[in-house]
Design a protein around this ligand. Sequence first.
Ligand code: SAH
Length: 359
Amino acid sequence: MNLDKILYNKEFTRDELVFLLSLEGDDMKKLLDRALEVKLQEIGNEVYLRGLIEYSNVCVKSCLYCGVRSKNMNFKRYTVTDEEVLDCARMAMDLNYGSLAIQSGERSDKAFTDKVTYLLKEIKKLSYGKLGVTLSCGEQSPEVYKEWFEAGAHRYLLRLESTNEDLYYKIHPKDETHDFQTRIKALNSLVSIGYQAGTGVMIGLPFQTTEILADDLLYFKKLNVAMVGMGPFIPHPETPLYEFRDKIPSDRVRLGMTLKMIACLRLLMPKINMVAATADQTISPNGREDAVMAGANIIMPNLTPAKYREQYMIYPNKANVSDKPQDCHDSLDERLKRINHKVGYNKWGDSKAFSENKG
Ligand code: SAH
């Protein structure tokens, strides 16, 4: 295959994607550089911020990779109080972030869904409609998604974790609460309600192949999602998948594969929003900047009140757990300047792919 030619393609076959995902050394660098070039051409050098609130670690699921799975009894469960959530929203306003992201363990009882609706309305009220809100609160009924949309959420991130059904069931228990088709249906209902819908996968999972990753990319393209969040899998000692920690590629290789996935997707879907995940920074100090340089354009600085952060351990040694929001903010600005990017302050930073699709 001719790399120099493929890098200028608009469409990609599965074989071409497998080829790109297998690149190393200077050839891999060529891929990342080309993705950066495409990003700068199509959406520019602004990075948009979503102040992240890790709202609750209470979860009814037991995903085999996740530290807050319901079967893990070794830590305290929490839900951030209403006043604290609203303080986070005020802080996001003070720091000129245009948007919030509310992420949570999965539950769909009415007390929870009503609470989220209430908080959305309050956030909209206190910010005079200025703060955008992305939700990442798992699978819900179409009615609940609609209620949250009407209360002011306009983006929703629901990672499929893998688009390969066999692999999906190797990383989730095979039961009603972890049904692959239900998750896909949930994602489809987000799209039809009118959200900017996002999905994504973890990278470097046990049993995952380059072919499966290439198929993930083609699946995102087929779904025509507006946003994608992908990051390296990080084994958590209190989860069943920890057993495979010696059988997965090294941190360096998993981060490299994440960067290649971001770069390939930027070539495949030039205008979508793509997150530089905290997990990137957890396995490598410059991981988030590396992701921005490979085509990502969204960062989610953590605004969760300090006392809860240790308890939102979806994976171990999470980066930035002890950061103060203001310090984190200043250093982020500085770090992005160093790589010729700038923060898009006070903007929602919606996906250009989404607005153009609509228009
Ligand atoms: N319950 C919500 C939010 C999940 S947490 C939902 O399902 O949408 C956000 C993401 O963290 C998950 O979608 C998953 O992709 C990622 N994650 C969980 N455990 C992880 C691990 N051990 N390593 C890396 N990423 C992980």
